[in-house]
Design a protein around this ligand. Structure first.
Ligand code: PMH
Length: 372
């Protein structure tokens, strides 16, 4: 348990679900292929330290984050497993990474050049990033690969331990772009192997690629969204190659219940007017908790039944239309199961016209995470 609970709104993170999802993925992967648990952005909003510990206990071999500070947070929690940082760390900050045994990502000759000018207690471990079609970071051409590999060979401060790339469309029905990226990667890998003898770890797959093509994942997969029990897209969800359990749910409690007469209005702008005598409940969650105003009209679960959010969502409180009188303190579920019904993260994402990845990420620290 963490966070104070002076307010009855909380997110629940089911660590058994994380363990289950890793177990299911492991079953699909060949023996030689390990799991890198992607715990960047506070483990997609789930809580980096708790998720990282569970992932490692469940068989993940390595962790990955986006930022050096995210890696340091894990080290501060006494997590000693290998950690890879995806983003570009400033050359002058590399000593911090070395001090904490954190593996960095490199993709620029100039970066290697600059790191060589920094004083380091020991060489820094790096994975080289290849851009095969994502267009974000990474070297793209064979020429760049040859140059940078040579630069690394002449750099006593840099210890190359891995190479990787990232897919842009592995979750889609049309796999032609994905196949093109695979071909580019394979081509760069052959070039690399021809000039470099020392073995390195090779990884390319995110959740979508790993679920769909587990046999083609080289040494590691980088398991993100599906470790949290969500499918990377409807295509992957409908293919149903794997049964995932969602880890994240969001709950609150009624703090006020009233019976309102006909033709009374609710909340800012008076956008909702009662049609009849109605029971209206108030819950202590609002847009400052990531429950943004666009979610007006979305259902919540009370007593295992769907009831709608009515009127404008305010900064800290939201009103719902109840189907009867319920006592103050009654549990309200905004994401997750209650009784026989469930509001999936996917349903919230659809309402907001976005992807499920964004939903737990957008619930800020103001909402405490409780761990099951
Ligand atoms: N590897 C890299 C380099 C990533 O950026 C991500 C996710 C993953 C692996 C895991 O992907 P998955 O969650 O689909 O399994 N990165 C992001 C991102 O930058 N925006 O959304 C997901």
């Amino acid at each position: 348990m963490n966070g104070n609970l002076f307010r009855s709104t909380w997110a629940e993170v089911d660590l058994n679900a994380i363990a289950h999802n890793i177990g299911e993925m492991k079953k699909r992967l060949p023996e030689h292929c390990g799991i890198i648990a992607v715990v960047k952005a506070n483990a997609y909003g789930h809580g980096a330290v708790e998720v990282a510990k569970t992932a490692l206990e469940s068989g993940a071999k390595m962790l990955a984050v986006a930022l050096l500070e995210e890696a340091l947070t894990l080290r501060e929690a006494n997590i000693t497993a290998p950690i890879l940082v995806f983003g570009r760390v400033l050359p002058q900050d590399v000593p911090v990474a070395v001090q904490h045994d954190i593996t960095l990502t490199c993709f620029q000759k100039e970066w290697i050049h600059d790191v060589n000018r920094v004083s380091l207690p020991s060489p820094v471990n790096v994975h080289m990033k290849w851009d095969t079609g994502m267009g974000r970071v990474g070297l793209r051409t064979e020429k760049e690969l040859e140059e940078i590999t040579k630069e690394i060979e002449n750099s006593p401060k840099i210890h190359l331990t891995g190479v990787y790339s990232h897919f842009a469309t592995a979750d889609e029905a049309d796999l032609s772009y994905f196949e093109m990226q695979r071909r580019r990667f394979e081509h760069l890998l052959q070039t690399f192997k021809a000039i470099r003898n020392e073995p390195v770890s090779v990884h390319i797959g995110n959740s979508a690629a790993s679920i769909r093509f587990p046999e083609q994942m080289y040494n590691y997969i980088r398991f993100g969204i599906s470790m949290y029990g969500l499918y990377p897209s409807d295509v992957v969800k409908n293919e149903r190659e794997i049964e995932l359990e969602p880890a994240f749910s969001l709950h609150s409690r009624l703090i006020h219940v009233k019976r309102m007469a006909r033709k009374e209005s609710i909340s800012y702008g008076a956008t909702y007017t009662t049609k009849d005598d109605e029971y209206i409940g108030t819950i202590p969650i609002g847009y400052a908790d990531g429950w943004i105003r666009k979610l007006q009209g979305m259902d919540v679960l009370v007593d295992g039944k769907r009831m709608p959010i009515i009127g404008r969502i305010t900064m800290d409180q939201t009103m719902i239309k109840l189907d009867g009188e319920y006592p103050v303190g009654t549990k309200v579920t905004l994401i997750g199961k209650q009784g026989n019904d469930e509001i999936e993260t996917d349903e919230i994402a659809e309402k907001l016209e976005t992807i499920n990845y964004e939903i737990p990420c957008m619930i800020p620290e103001r909402v405490p995470r409780l761990y099951k």
